[in-house]
Design a binder for this molecule. Structure first.
Ligand code: NAD
Length: 479
């Protein structure tokens, strides 16, 4: 039987009409049916969150700690089942789906601890007899808008700190991955959140998301998604003078120098460019390779690509799952055609694959002889497509790596301490990796980028407090 999942507004599950969620590995498999929220429901959810805020923001720390710990424990206990559902609805492999679920549990655990660690400062005033306290308070009602590519980890890294620091929430997940979103909200609701503290409004971005942007009662919006939608979030937030935070696209470079360990470099490139079907904002989509290792690197990449198993996400043997949906597949194929027209050489893959079930299967693609000026090197494709850009030396590699409108992650494969150190200092990215893939980060340290990739304070780790709290400076004259 196909489950029908409703929205959670003011502690009640509501919704009548819904839309179907299809498994991208098997288009005949319906994952579930999900309530499609209306603008009016978004407004009701915001009103409920506003009403719940005073009590929740003053609730005992242990109440928040307990909810977050319980959520972490339940997600951990159900990791295989939740990870499988995630892989079924989004198309990443079982290993990746379970790994992402474990990560969500770790994030809730981390922020359970953070509820007890929020501190302030007590400083002397320049005026004798006056004391100054600097404290952090919850921001208010936080709107959370998330993309489809990390269906449980991204909601977790926004919901957990929002709750930990005493905010209330209206959460609007991406249309393609409602099951993961519903599951996390169901777990938190049953963990004992008071009504109105966490509201879920599934539905269209243009309807539910837009109603959130238009509301004067959201005090902050945290958004992860495309640059185009991010700009709308920014413009609407400025209009309402609200706090906002954006995590958007990437065109992340992985530099491979002559002195790199070839095996390490190929592992980093295969993982970074193609795992999760290349659908990661941190994907290594530009492989910037110096002359001396270029040909060996390309040959080794083609060899490894030929051995990758592309198939049904739920099959344990699969290493690369399907593309998430028809429109993303079209975008990938369009860019592959653009790359060929631009004069890059399609050295491997790029064609549709048939499997036992109807699904969006694409052979991972590698372009060589790409330049950094080509559209395939400048625009985010968001699929299993990477370009090798040949450069003469480290200096040119660094210049090419930084020549991009984005700045989320970057990486370098080298045995040279000098070049690694210089790259860490001079790469214009928010996260820099040495002899590691550009994708794959820890859950307890800051996450975010520069330039067109990000706006506002970093997410995750203790730095999350910058966004989810606001600073108050209080002066006391004791007489
Ligand atoms: P998207 O911008 O299409 O959608 C993101 C969210 O915004 C969805 O929930 C969508 O419904 C909502 N939305 C759409 N129109 C809206 C509107 N008018 N008002 C309010 N909300 C609206 O992005 P996507 O296709 O879901 O995700 C892919 C993008 O996300 C890629 O560009 C990727 O790089 C980016 N991403 C970035 C990070 C990061 O941390 N930097 C992480 C993951 C994904």
């Amino acid at each position: 039987m196909i489950p029908f999942r409703k929205n959670l507004i003011d502690g009640e599950w509501v919704g009548d009409a819904g839309s179907r969620n299809i498994n991208p590995s098997n288009l005949d498999d319906v994952v579930g049916e999900y309530a499609s929220g209306r603008a009016e429901q978004a407004r009701q959810a915001i009103a409920a969150a506003k009403a719940a805020f005073p009590a929740w923001s003053r609730s005992g720390l242990l109440a928040r700690h307990a909810v977050l710990r319980k959520a972490s424990d339940e997600i951990t206990a159900r990791k295989d089942e939740i990870g499988r559902a995630l892989a079924r609805e989004e198309g990443k492999t079982l290993v990746e789906g379970i790994g992402e679920t474990v990560r969500a549990a770790q994030i809730f655990d981390f922020f359970a601890g953070e509820t007890l660690r929020l501190s302030g400062e007590l400083v002397p005033s320049v005026r004798p007899g006056v004391g100054v306290e600097i404290t952090r308070e919850a921001v208010g009602v936080v709107g959370i808008i998330t993309p489809w590519n990390f269906p449980i980890a991204i909601p977790a890294w926004k919901i957990a700190p929002a709750l930990a620091y005493g905010n209330t929430i209206v959460f609007k997940p991406a249309e393609l991955v409602p099951e993961s979103a519903w599951t996390i909200v169901d777990i938190l609701h049953r963990a004992g959140l008071p009504k109105g503290v966490l509201n879920l409004v599934m539905g269209k971005g243009s309807v539910v998301g837009q109603a959130m942007l238009d509301s004067p009662d959201l005090n902050a919006i945290t958004f992860t998604g495309s640059v185009g939608t991010g700009k709308r979030v920014a413009a609407a937030s400025v209009e309402h003078m609200r706090k906002f935070q954006l995590e958007m696209g990437g065109k992340n470079p992985l530099v491979v120098l002559d002195d790199a360990d070839l095996g390490v470099a190929v592992d980093c490139a295969i993982n970074g460019a193609y795992f999760s079907t290349g659908q990661r904002c941190t994907a290594s989509s530009r492989l910037v390779v110096t002359d001396g290792i270029h040909d060996r690197f390309v040959d080794a990449m083609k060899d490894r690509l030929g051995k990758l198993v592309v198939g049904d996400a739920l099959d344990a043997k699969t290493q690369i799952g399907p593309v998430v949906d028809q429109s993303q597949l079209k975008q990938d194929e369009d860019y592959i055609a653009i790359g060929r027209q631009e004069g890059a050489d399609l050295a491997f893959g790029g064609e549709r694959l048939d499997r036992d079930t109807r699904g969006f299967y694409l052979q991972p693609a590698l372009f060589t002889q790409a330049t950094n000026a080509m559209r395939i090197s400048r625009e985010e494709i968001f699929g299993p497509v990477a370009n090798v850009i040949r450069v003469k030396d480290y200096d040119e590699a660094l210049a090419v790596a930084n020549d991009t409108p984005f700045g989320l992650t970057s990486g370098i494969c080298t045995a040279s301490l000098k070049h690694a150190t210089h790259f860490k200092r001079n790469s214009e990215a928010g996260m820099v990796m040495v002899n590691l893939p550009t994708a794959g980060v820890d859950f307890h340290v800051p996450f975010g980028g520069r330039k067109g990739s990000s706006y506002g304070p970093r997410e995750q780790g203790r730095y999350a407090a910058e966004f989810y709290t606001t600073v108050k400076t209080a002066y006391t004259f004791a007489g």
